[in-house]
Design a protein around this ligand. Structure first.
Ligand code: FMN
Length: 387
């Protein structure tokens, strides 16, 4: 099966066939006009590679180290909520596939499998993603669970003071978790294999909160709790500093686009800055992640690791992000669609495609080590020559 995926687009196409429209749209869609979704991709086209020749590239080194973790390639899996929507094995499958590929999996707070289940199933490093929710006791409880389960880093997502408006989901009657309605029943019934996965085993819900005291336990009640009640538009840097005091391990801030925010985070103790606009799912019209990267990397100036996510679909995209100052990148949709295409094997395939493309790109560009990639390998598109 895996051999038939030539590139990530093949995996996405397979996933679109296997998943109901409302699920595929939930995964692939973004906020409002999806201008930022498009900009994330387009930004890679604004840079061109300038290869160096007659360099010994017979041995290529793809390994890197970020947030105190050694990765076999500079590509990790970012957080994605309710992965069970894409496949019955959800987060467990993604964590296994990442570990087997020698890279990291980031578990979302809004996961459909628990912190403990995923740690148990993982084959390698796992990080845990948090939001600065209203209730500090709830956050502290999650941090303690992540620590006890062995998560190696925290990723604090800061670009969700409120949830972005995703119009595809509104039109499709997509709710978290999804409910069978008159509008979507045909769509769901047309994908019996997916539907069988949905009804099999434990119910699709926000698994980490099933035991929160005083909460209703139904998926709908938990959805309201996670997506509405706990959102905290009043969170400020003070709360970031508080989180820093309760978690001594590696801490990254995700969703930074302005250099001053990156510097502030590092001043307050962040070990990593993830340049991201949430894959265009939050503020539409936000700057493309790749376009925000150079200024952030320059301002951070080696005091923390810099990562990028948003629009990575090719090995050459990874090369460009590294050249502009990232130590590593994260992917979202490519692996969630991999889950939809073929479960753990689909996630493994997505990582293998990127590894293969990155390895070849390094050879062709004349750079034998990801750590040696730099700005000298790039020109602005159309500029014709090194400025
Ligand atoms: C289906 C889906 C769910 C997501 N859920 C979360 C989440 O729970 N927390 C978070 O910080 N980011 C979440 N993201 C954003 C990703 O972590 C990442 O920033 C984004 O997908 C990167 O862009 P890409 O999809 O173009 O690779 C989600 C993305 C997708 C596609």
């Amino acid at each position: 099966v895996t051999r038939s995926f030539v590139n990530l687009d093949d995996i996405a196409r397979r996933a679109r066939r296997r998943l109901p429209r409302l699920v595929a749209d939930f995964i692939e869609g973004g906020a409002e006009d999806e201008a930022t979704v498009a900009a994330n991709r387009a930004a890679f086209g604004h840079w061109e590679l300038v290869p160096r020749v007659l360099v010994d590239v017979s041995k290529r080194r793809l390994t890197t180290s970020v947030l105190d973790h050694d990765l076999s390639l500079p590509v990790g899996l970012g957080p994605a909520g309710l992965a069970r929507l894409a496949h019955v094995d959800g987060e467990v499958a993604a964590a296994r596939a990442a570990g087997e590929a020698g890279t990291v999996y980031t578990l979302s707070t809004g996961s459909s499998r628990t912190i403990e289940e995923v740690a148990e199933a993982a084959r390698g490093a796992v990080w845990f993603q948090l939001y600065l929710w209203r209730d500090r006791d709830v956050i502290a409880g999650l941090v303690e669970r992540a620590r006890a389960a062995g998560y190696g880093a925290l990723v604090l997502t800061v670009d969700v003071p409120v949830i972005g408006r995703r119009e595809r989901d509104l039109r499709n009657g997509m709710t978290l978790p999804p409910r069978l309605t008159r509008a979507n029943v045909v769509d769901m019934l047309r994908h019996p294999r997916w539907l069988a996965g949905l009804v099999r085993g434990s119910p699709l819900t926000f698994a980490n909160f099933v035991d929160v005291p005083g909460r209703g336990r139904s998926a709908v009640e938990l959805g309201q709790y996670v997506n509405v009640e706990m959102m905290n538009p009043s969170a400020t840097w003070e709360m970031f500093s508080w989180l820093r005091t309760i978690w001594p391990g590696p801490l990254a801030i995700k969703g930074v686009l302005h250099r001053d925010d990156a510097v502030k985070a590092v001043d307050l103790g962040a070990n990593g800055v993830i340049v991201s606009n949430h894959g265009g799912r939050q503020l539409d019209g936000a700057v493309a992640a790749l376009d925000a990267l150079p200024a952030v990397a320059e301002a951070v100036n080696g005091r923390a690791d810099v990562l990028l996510d948003g629009g990575i679909r090719r090995g050459t995209d990874v090369v460009k992000a590294l050249a502009l100052g990232a130590q590593a990148v994260l992917i979202g949709r490519p692996y969630v669609l991999g889950l939809g295409a073929d479960g753990a094997a689909g996630v493994a395939a997505a990582l293998e495609v990127l590894r293969n493309e990155l390895d070849r790109a390094l050879a062709l560009v004349g750079c034998p080590d990801v750590g040696l990639m730099n700005r000298d390998f790039l020109v602005r598109s159309g500029s014709g020559a090194l400025a």
